[in-house]
Write a protein that binds this ligand. Structure first.
Ligand code: BGC
Length: 755
């Protein structure tokens, strides 16, 4: 390896050279004069991943086994060492077993695209935030989303993704809401499974995370989530259960927090009883970064791999094995799981190999996911779509919409190609918790589509100036944003005020002033979480565009001008006020830092626990508002289209799965896609919230077209968790199925008896 390829953060030019030389070298093992790659009976692809893993395991020394169960730091930030030198400078690396031809595990964060790409002089597509993909309710789009991430990881030289976030939106102010897939476990679980299938199709290890109940960021490393087992299984755990069963992720990342007393990464109930025994998860569990807190306890509980370092799972682990405190069989079990997952995902048979990323393909996938995920929340007075042949003047206002669109921060952050749109040239590097705006310009996208109009821009800093700019224009499009990131929670769901130089910008006041000045005002929201809207009645139209990815402005332009008919629906309820949430204020820790005198050992063991009560239990999201009879601003599953849909002819056929059949009609003159939602009300004896989502289908219909739709419902989705027997149980009784286009508008109803 040329020394000029390191350290990680050299100038872009040096890295272009570095990548180029990697590209022009023959594939590993084929270099002229190089020794043949190590081989052995485990290379036989007709054997199962488990058989192959056992064959490798038999050959391994104790040191080799130990080397596989921990990381070697964070190559992104650390200097080059002999251990991390073969890595791709991602956020984690496990060294593999080079002597036996088992490659290192080279990990990159990849929630909505490959992280640390710009910093490493490489290209990476930013998809819309995961919550936008959830809003598409589109299982094929979820697969494409994951497949793009897998392809780009592989092209960049990684073989493991740290994506697949599926903690459900129990606390919508959670700063990572944008990284997750909404408040419903069946929707989130179904989508994460497809995402993982997509990622792993590129021979990259996929993971789902953060297991479990990491539903807020405040005090995430010390909070102790208290929840009873029934509520746990029927809410957050169900999303993971579906993800594991249907997506077959090779890995699961345990979370930072404690659950019912024990850290998630040393929680026997979570890791062994539920994940490995009940769900039969054959893969490996790795800790969140710094989320390991013990050796013997974590190992016995089921943690297979410590990341990113080796505080508990290296020398201490070896000593514990040699002293007989950890049986060799327990270590072998961890090693077996890691190896079998490497074989199952294909990282041994298809060694990581850099190639050129296709940015055009990336932009197209990204744009399509966004087009399917934008949610039309309000559309009055025919405000949308904008008629490009008639409109003569448009004013675009606020939220840097002249140059870019915001993205979600933290370890999910993807580096924008071309740098941060609002930073001076050359100052575009992404830093932890910087607000990063992608250089995808709504102003440009609107101007390109409005050939006959004069399009002007106002920065949306002063309400009077914005109102004056909007007055008299045919259309005013006002942008507002709410930025969020890992490592923080939102203080409120209200649109935040922000600083522009010395001026404090009051976004709510801007929206209200513009809408008052112009009856044809369209509000575009760029948010990861739901937004409260005291101003909701004022504008003619509202679009939720989420964090829209590399080509967000094109997708938005296509929806604004009707080239694309919006078809997204909310994966999270938009409440009227913070006060309506199960917990009006987020619980916060009292101790947030270690004492200066704290030893490394004390720090590794973690901060004192503080209680995070999840006493709303399984009443997450719409289940809470339904059960508490609280009106909401926009309900779960809600979203408008430029056409209209009709539902009729419901029939429900019990069986091994329950078949729900109905007729869906496009009753308008424009092609569109409808997300048909199926809910079930369980028998009263189940003591459940009024209804739960049990199935859905996204259907494309031409103008006036009618289709018969059948959705098969897994009986587990109609069951409750029997805490005494520790199983899912379908209670005999009357089940009412409700079908329609939003959780609050379900015109079809049929009751059947299920045994
Ligand atoms: C995050 C994980 C991430 C890891 C590595 C942690 O802080 O919680 O989601 O994968 O860092 O960057």
């Amino acid at each position: 390896m040329k020394p000029s390829c390191f350290p990680a953060r050299l100038a872009l030019f040096a890295f272009a050279l570095c990548s180029l030389s990697a590209l022009t070298l023959p594939a590993q093992g084929q270099r002229r004069g190089a020794p043949e790659p190590p081989t052995g009976p485990w290379k036989n692809t007709s054997l199962s991943p488990d058989e192959r893993a056992d064959l490798v395991l038999k050959e391994m020394t104790l040191d080799e086994k130990i080397a596989l169960i921990h990381g070697v730091g964070m190559p992104t930030d650390d200097p080059v060492t002999p251990e991390n030198a073969p890595s791709n400078r991602g956020v984690g690396y496990a060294v593999g077993v080079p002597r036996l031809g088992i490659p290192g595990i080279d990990m990159s964060d990849a929630a909505y695209g490959v992280r640390s790409s710009g910093a490493n002089g490489r290209y990476s597509t930013a998809l819309p935030a995961n919550v936008a993909a959830a809003a598409s309710w589109d299982t094929d789009a979820a697969y494409e989303y994951g497949a793009l991430i897998g392809r780009e990881l592989r092209a960049q030289g990684y073989n493991m993704s740290l994506g697949g976030g599926v903690d459900i939106t129990r606390e919508p102010r959670n700063g990572r809401t944008f990284e997750y897939l909404g408040e419903d476990p069946i929707l989130a679980g179904t989508l994460v499974a497809r995402l993982i299938e997509g990622t792993q199709s590129a021979h990259v290890i996929g993971d789902i995370k953060h297991y479990a109940f990491n539903d807020q960021e405040s005090g995430r490393t010390s909070g102790d989530a208290a929840i009873d087992h029934r509520a746990a299984h029927e809410s957050d755990l169900l999303a993971f259960e579906i993800g594991v069963a249907k997506g077959h992720p090779a890995a699961v990342m345990c979370s930072y927090n404690r659950v019912n007393g024990d850290y998630a990464c040393e929680n026997k109930w979570l890791l062994t009883d539920v994940l490995k025994k009940d769900w039969q998860f054959p893969g490996f569990v790795l800790s969140d970064w710094g989320g390991t807190h013990s050796t013997e306890k974590a190992s016995a509980a089921g943690l297979d791999n410590e990341q990113p370092g080796k505080f508990f799972y290296s020398d201490k682990y070896k000593e514990a094995v040699e002293a007989g405190r950890i049986p060799m069989a327990e270590l072998d079990e961890h090693v077996h799981r890691i190896l079998r997952s490497m074989f199952a995902a294909g990282v041994v048979d298809y060694p990581r190999q850099r190639s050129v990323v296709d940015p055009f393909a990336g932009f197209e996938v990204s744009r399509k996911v966004e087009e399917g995920g934008i949610v039309l929340l309000k559309n009055e007075r025919g405000a949308l779509p904008i008629d490009a042949t008639k409109v003569r003047s448009i004013v675009v206002i606020g939220a840097h919409s002249d140059v870019g669109m915001i993205s979600g921060g933290g370890s999910a952050q993807v580096d924008p190609i071309g740098g941060n749109a609002i930073a001076p040239p050359g100052k575009g590097a992404t830093r932890w918790q910087n607000q990063i705006w992608f250089p995808t310009s709504p102003l440009k996208a609107i101007t390109e589509r409005a050939a006959n109009a004069k399009v002007t821009f106002d920065p949306g800093v002063d309400p009077d100036a914005a109102a004056a700019a909007a007055k008299g224009a045919d259309v005013a499009v006002v942008f507002a944003y709410q930025w969020e990131s890992e490592g923080m929670d939102l203080p409120s769901l209200a649109l935040p005020k922000y600083k522009n130089g010395d001026t404090e910008v009051d976004q709510e006041a801007i929206v209200a002033a513009v809408a008052k000045a112009n009856p044809h005002t369209i509000v575009v929201l760029e948010t990861g979480s739901p937004v409260t809207m005291p101003w909701v009645d004022a504008p003619a139209a509202i679009l939720e565009a989420w964090y829209s990815g590399s080509d967000g402005a094109s997708a938005l332009g296509n929806v604004l001008f009707g080239t694309v008919n919006p078809s997204g629906k909310l994966p999270n309820t938009f409440p009227r006020a913070d006060a309506d949430l199960p917990h009006p204020t987020i619980s916060k820790p009292t101790v947030t830092h270690f004492d200066n005198a704290a030893s490394q050992e004390e720090r590794a063991k973690g901060l004192p626990a503080f209680p995070v009560s999840y006493d709303e239990g399984l009443k997450v999201g719409y289940k809470w508002y339904d059960a508490e009879n609280k009106p909401v601003l926009f309900p779960f599953g809600y979203g408008l289209s430029y056409t209209t849909f009709g539902y009729s002819g419901l029939s429900v056929t019990p069986g091994d799965t329950v078949k729900v059949t109905f007729t869906l009609a496009n009753t308008g003159a424009r092609e569109g896609k409808e997300i048909a939602e199926i809910y079930a009300a369980l028998p009263a004896s189940a003591q459940e919230p009024p209804k739960r989502l049990v199935g859905f289908s996204k259907v494309k219909l031409g103008p006036n077209e009618t289709k018969q739709v059948t959705v098969e419902i897994d009986r587990k989705y109609l069951s409750i968790w029997d805490e005494a027997k520790n199983v899912w149980s379908l209670l005999p009784g009357e089940y009412t199925f409700l079908v329609g286009g939003s959780s609050d508008k379900l015109p079809l109803k049929a009751t059947v008896s299920l045994q």
